[in-house]
Design a protein around this ligand. Sequence first.
Ligand code: SAH
Ligand code: SF4
Length: 350
Amino acid sequence: MTNPERFKNITPSALPSRIEELGEPKFRAKQIFKWVYQKRVGSFGEMNNMPKTLRERLSGLFTLQKMEPLFIKESKFGDAVKFGFSLVESPHLVESVLLYDDDRRTACLSSQLGCALGCVFCQTGKMGFIRNLTQEEIIGQLIGINDYLMSKSDKLVTNIVFMGMGEALSNFRNFLSSLQIIMHEDAFNIGGRRITVSTAGVIPSIERLMEEELNIGLAISLNAFTNEQRDRLMPVNRKYPIESLVSIAKSYFNKTGRRVTFEYVLIEGETDSLEAADTLQRFLGGFPCKINLIPLNPSSDSVLRNTSDSNLERFSDQLHQRGLSATIRKSRGQDIWGACGQLSGRMIDR
Ligand code: SAH
Ligand code: SF4
């Protein structure tokens, strides 16, 4: 007997025809979709507005098995929770983070196991690229986080950032179909204004994203102020240098009306100088964009050091004086290794 197909890998656009192929009316696809992504059931047996025979038939063909959280670590500061989900397609763990901000519940999702881009300050980059996550493995993180919030009688996820492991735009197909589920009113119903994808700046993928007209937020990890320095810290810069990032950010704004965020990690003696502030003004001044200053989080074997709090404040002031819109991203989840650049997808022993 063959294994049942993993239902959550069926794309939303393929689902109606897959259900019709079974000789079922179209409205069933909508019903099932709601049960799986809105009510987050783990079996077809629970779909009590459908005939029992159909439920049994679906159970034989497909599985709704969930990705189990192997660990859930709550930050002692109460503002972040890190999850390690066991994957179904390989013996790895994928990590995701839930962040609390007043009324907001933001899920920071992973899109790949490891990452091919090898930024020197990033723990995920150190793993190298293992593989893309499937649609089910991306959405499964969100399902797991919502199950957790529900168990706490809390509200469900309101915002999504693709800032976990990997480059979502380099896993374009699965990223896109996951977004369709995230944004769908019968599923997670989270609008483009509350979704952001972060990229190290793979220009052709950003162009492709623009063609989709999803109106989601774009964040570009800049992290350096000269090409020489960015080549060293983020090897992808050799292909897509700073000028090309600035140019695509302008196009993104013109096309979507959304200001692009530039993420900028503060590394002591590297990226936190007065010269850096001047140069950023030359690159980013005069067009609508935002700068997100991120304190460097420690990774296991890096020699790079975080800038001091006072330097961080000073740098932020210098950017403001130069007319740039900069905010400091509070570092959360450090005590649970859930902060930016600290996620890794270890192997697990089942
Ligand atoms: N691959 C995407 C998204 C994942 S990384 C990207 O690079 O944009 C999410 C953010 O964490 C990026 O802005 C990245 O620059 C930042 N980051 C990586 N390592 C970090 C570290 N050690 N400390 C602080 N931020 C880090
Ligand atoms: Fe990959 Fe982003 Fe980490 Fe760079 S910072 S290695 S692009 S996950």
